[in-house]
Each structure stands twice: as C-alpha cells, then as structure tokens.
Design a protein around this ligand. Sequence first.
Ligand code: SF4
Length: 546
Amino acid sequence: MSPSAGMQTTTRAIHGEPSYTRVKREPTKLLSLYNTAPEAEITLEEFELYALDRLQVLRTIESLRLRGIKGDEFKMKLEEVMATCLPMSQGTVEEVLKDQVSHFILRIAHCKTEDLRRWFLKHESELFRFRLERLDSGERAKFMEQSGLAYDMVSKEDVLRLKAQLQAVPIFSQQPGYGQGGHTVEVTRTQFFRIPFTQALDLVAHRQVFLEAGFAYVPVERLVSIIVARFRSSLSRGLLDAFGSMPYVLADGRIAPLVNNMAKQYTGKDFSETKSGDTVNVNDLDMLADRSMPLCMRVLHKNLRSEHKLKHWGRLQYGLFLKGVGIGMEDAIQFWEREFTKIMTTDVFNKQYAYSIRHYFGKEGRRKDYTPFNCSKIILGAGPGVGEYHGCPYRHYDEANLNRLLERSGVGVTEREEMLKLSKGQHYQLACAKHFEVSHKGAESVISLDGVGNHPNAFFAASMAYYKEKNGGETGGKRGGKESSQSPAGSQASGFTAGGEGGEGDDRGTPTSPMAAAMEVEAGSGHPPEGGGKGGREGCLHRKEV
Ligand code: SF4
C-alpha cells in the first residue's frame, strides 16, 4: 500500500500477539514521522472509531487554543483526552497501530481542499510537538537517530573548544531556570548537533544558537522546533501525495463515505436537546439574536425578519439551531409560519415548508432526529449565493461586509481590526470566540466557554449562562409575551446581508456541493441532512453509532 493511501479494511482486527502486551519505552513507538503507512488489517468499525478518536484529540487542541489555554493547563487537559482517545504511554502494539492508522485515515480525509489540509497540518504538528516534548533528551536523541534525522553530533572536543561561544547562547547564559529539574544546563553535559543553518532559521532569527561556517550548533533541548518543522514539511508533501491517491480510496465503496465525511464529523456536544432546563420563547428571539446569537445565526434571524423568508440552506441552518436552543416543533412551525405568511398564504406554507420542519424534528420521512450544524460543517459547507444568508460570516463574507456587520453589532474599532485580521488569516473560529469575549466581558471567569467558536449552539448556551449568572438566575428572556416590540427587522437588516443583491434564485434548487447534496432535506425528498443524525460525542467515541 502506498504511504498515502487508505488502510486495508478487511475483517480482522490485529493478528498475532495479544494487543495489550506491554513493551519497553521505545521513542519510535511513542512518536512517528508517519513516513510509511502501516500494513495492518482492521475492521471497518475500527477504521471509523480510530479516526474519530484522533479527530477528538485534534479538535481538543483546536478548542484549547481557541480558549487561549497554554502552558501546564494546556498539557494537562490534552493529556486527559489523549489518555482516553489516543494513549501512547507505553507504545504497545495496540497503541502504535491505532496511532498510525488514525493518522493516515485523517490524512486522506483532510487532503481534499486547502482549508482541510491547513487545518490538519496545523493540529497534527501541534500534537507532534506535544508528544516530542514529552520525551526526555535521551529519548529525543534516540528518536532522531532511529527516524533518520541524521544530524552530526558535535564531539566533546569541539564542545570544549567552543565552550565560551556555546555558553553565551541565551538558554545557557540568561535562563537559569531552563533545563531539567529547574537547574541551568551545563554546556559540557549537553549533546549538541551541527545543523545547516537553513534548517534552524527559527532559532537563528531569535539568536538562540551559535553559528559557525554555515552550521548552527543546536543543543538537544532546542531541537524540538527543528524536528517539528521537518515533520510539518514532510506531512505537507504527504497530504499532496494523499490527494493523488484519492481516486483509489474513493473507489472502495466501503470506506468512501467515511473518508468523505470524516472532516465534517462533530466530536463535541451535539445540542440535540436542551439539557439546562432553560427553554427559549420564540417571542424573545429578536432580543436574543442581538444579545446571545453568534453572527451566523444573527444574520439569518435578521434577514428572516426583514424578508419573511429564508432559502433552503438558511432555513436548515437556522431551523436546526433553534431546535438546539430548545424551541419545540409546534413553536417552530408557528414561528416560521408567522414570518412566511407575511408574503405567502398559509396553504402554500403548509404545502411547501411545514413538511421540512417536521422532517428535521424526526416526524416525517425516515423519522430521524437531526442535530444542529457545528462550525466545521458550516464553514466547510457551500457559501451563500445570491439571496442566501447561510454560512459563516467570518468565512464567507468579504472584509468590507464583515467589518460593517461587526460595526453594526457594536464591536469597537480595535477589536474589529483584530477580528478582521483573524478572519483574513482564516482563523474564523478564533474570530468568533473573540466576538464572544468582547460582547460578554469577563465571561471566562464566571462560566465555561467550552465549545464557543466550535458550535453556534455552544456560543448561545454560554451567552445564556453568562446572563443568567449576571442577572442572578434569570437568562433575561421574556416569557410567553406577544411578538416582541424590539424587532430590529428592517431597521438593521441591510447590515446583515450576505453581500448578495437579493433577487430570487431557485429556492428549492439543486444543491451545488457534495455537502449540500448530502444535506438535502426538502419536502418529500426523503434525504435527511447528512451527518445530522449522528449523536454527540463528548469525550472520544468508543461505540459505533449507526
Ligand atoms: S464560527 Fe461558528 S458560530 Fe461563529 S459565526 Fe462562524 S459558524 Fe457561526
């Protein structure tokens, strides 16, 4: 099998030795550059579960970074998830196999687009760095040797000859706490490597190595960034190779759907039901849109209220979101009917639109209970066309439109600039988390921000919890009143459009992307939103959901 191709997937798990045999700690068993795909045979169920468990680890890294968690807290939280989803403490046969297999499955699942490749590269590199840093100096040197990262070791004689220059390097001269056990690292007791300076540009730029004749003298403690850079460039090439192998992988009907949809799998809370006990009244939605919804849903709500209609993907994205915040089917039908019947008859609404609402509540068609879309699904999905408002504004709006939208949402100039920069750098979810931060001052000290920037419903739930905390137990929404008099519809709607000029496309037209095709749920189609029926995955998945 080519290194970039998918796994063999027959019916055997792991032949031979018992899976959990403990072996001596071997660096190359604890860490890999993933240059060669494993030859093992695994079951289809293992194929999916291994990949989802690794995805959970990568998403945890993303989420911790989104929340600005660093240092020991980052390590501790990641250790916890790793211990359950991707344990590599001993390098057992089972652990190594799962690590290798899951990496290559996710590699093939994330090679299709630049966005996916970038995401995978970034978080796999972080995972690699985390694991590399867990090795001690001796293990690290052994890993390099066994992995063919052949750098010249500097002889003891040369270290003594260059002692004064090496001692002047900041990690020895200026950071007395650096090194193991909190003591200064002795130059003569450290292993140095001679590395072409072009491979150590990061260290050279920060004046953290001694240079001589085009070579950087790098102490083993500083090798991490160099090895991670090598890993990154090798994985980057591997992703392109994997892209070339896609036709062969997709020709296998057993694994093609799994590979195609893996990146869209959500591994956090699914928000299929409101567990907090706080119900939301549809009459509060105008107020809640301004106060507690993320931009994507705010845009949809505003445009629904101003145009009294949303096209298919907008209805689906917003409808499932409302379902996730706890609005029941009858209330949802009334809510949509109240808007739509401002421009059409009740009969038309019932015939063309009520069915799809009942469908995603699991009362029609295949009777599957669909879950709200998470950020990955929205961001990776097809963007809005003319007259459509679905998608993620940070991903799908141009800079001017996003700036205007943020301005009208009350975000100040400095914060706006920061968010626009994040969005431009394709850190859409970080920009969204920043929006939460600026619109909920001091939230991190009173509520959990888990999932903010990963799921629109997590944003909403965190906002509700914030206001509940702030208001002494009240979420701030009105109960059972008449239609809100605070409707901002019309007055602000122009600031919340997707940049299209309006106009009527085919409201029920053919979806234009694989995701769109998979999510088709129009009245009578019988095709539910793909992936929507998956249950939530808090922690990693150890049971296959069908
Ligand atoms: S990042 Fe997620 S929650 Fe935020 S606007 Fe985009 S899709 Fe919505």
